[in-house]
Design a protein around this ligand. Structure first.
Ligand code: BV8
Length: 251
């Protein structure tokens, strides 16, 4: 059992605002391979970074579309884990709480988190690749084995509503994330390898604004040496423990 310092619990209770910023590791205990873990099956010969780009989609829309259909299929059989549920409950116990995620799997929302800042979009929704307008797959004919034609743009194809490498993050989401990270008193970096930018810079913004920066991850990352606290373990075990301690009356 990992030790949670009472200093952290006290800081969480006293904070006017707390930010939790999550990455793929938060979904690992739901059974979803993290973004950089080797891909399984027929996708093992591709690096995710090489598939999650507009160039890859324009060069071979069928392959990229099939990759997302495979990931969406995986999602159908998984549930949020205790880490997702703990974050959803934590929001109601703190003075101010903002949840930012790099994840595209929608598991925070399925665990009951109300406002989720999705920096990298959502694999659950779809858009037109040309106009970026939302597309409801259910309204389109066809078997969807191939990327459907967009209803918004003759030459456009439908694609998942995620942010690919080389694409700009949604402006409003990024601005809200920067605002929250620069104003919080505690910043929890959970289940992310702290590599992908600009998401990885949020912790540094929080640190420069004087907040307590806490990393929750079984492995070390480029953030570990800059964090005030490193809780080396699984988010699905650590977050419920933090929630238990938050529920205890303060002395
Ligand atoms: C952009 C959606 C500019 C797609 C994803 C500096 C500034 C700006 C950009 C860059 C920059 N330097 C480089 C760039 C380019 C690039 C980038 O960051 N490259 C990296 C590889 C260096 N950034 C971009 O391209 C971004 N765009 O800035 O555009 C721009 C501006 C204006 C106009 C035009 C362009 C866009 C980045 C978004 C890419 N899309 N996802 C999809 O999912 O298919 S990113 C992808 O990686 C996922 O979202 C994933 O969440 C994310 C980050 O990975 P992690 O979440 O950290 O997951 P990872 O597998 O890496 O790590 C898992 C961690 O969990 C590990 O540490 C592990 O130890 C831990 N773990 C495991 N089990 C557990 C656990 N932790 C807790 N509990 C457990 N049980």
């Amino acid at each position: 059992m990992i030790e949670i310092s009472l200093q952290l619990i006290k800081a969480l209770k006293q904070a006017d605002s707390v930010v939790a910023s999550t990455g793929a590791g938060t979904s690992a205990e739901s059974g979803i391979a993290t973004f950089r873990q080797s891909q399984t099956g027929l996708w093992s010969r591709f690096r995710p970074e090489d598939l999650a780009t507009p160039e890859a989609f324009e060069k071979n829309p069928q392959r990229v579309w099939e990759w997302y259909q495979w990931r969406r299929e995986q999602l159908r059989n998984v549930q949020p884990n205790p880490g997702h549920h703990a974050l959803a409950k934590m929001a109601a116990m703190l003075n101010g709480f903002t949840l930012i995620t790099q994840n595209v799997d929608g598991l925070h929302q399925r665990a009951g988190s109300q406002e989720v800042i999705e920096l990298h979009g959502s694999i659950v929704r779809n858009i037109c690749h040309r106009s970026r307008l939302e597309v409801e797959l259910e309204h389109l004919e066809g078997d969807q084995h191939s990327p459907p034609r967009s209803p918004h743009h003759r030459q456009g194809l439908v694609r998942p509503a995620v942010v690919w490498f080389g694409e700009a993050l949604p402006q409003a989401a990024l601005e809200s994330a920067i605002q929250a990270s620069s104003r919080c008193q505690v910043f929890l970096s959970i289940g992310t390898s702290s590599i992908v930018q600009p998401a990885a810079s949020l912790a540094e913004m929080a640190r420069q604004a004087g907040s307590l920066v806490v990393e929750i991850n079984p492995a070390s990352t480029p953030l570990s040496s800059h964090a005030d606290m490193v809780l080396q373990g699984k988010s699905g075990e650590i977050l419920p423990r933090i929630l238990e301690l938050l529920a205890e009356p303060s002395d």
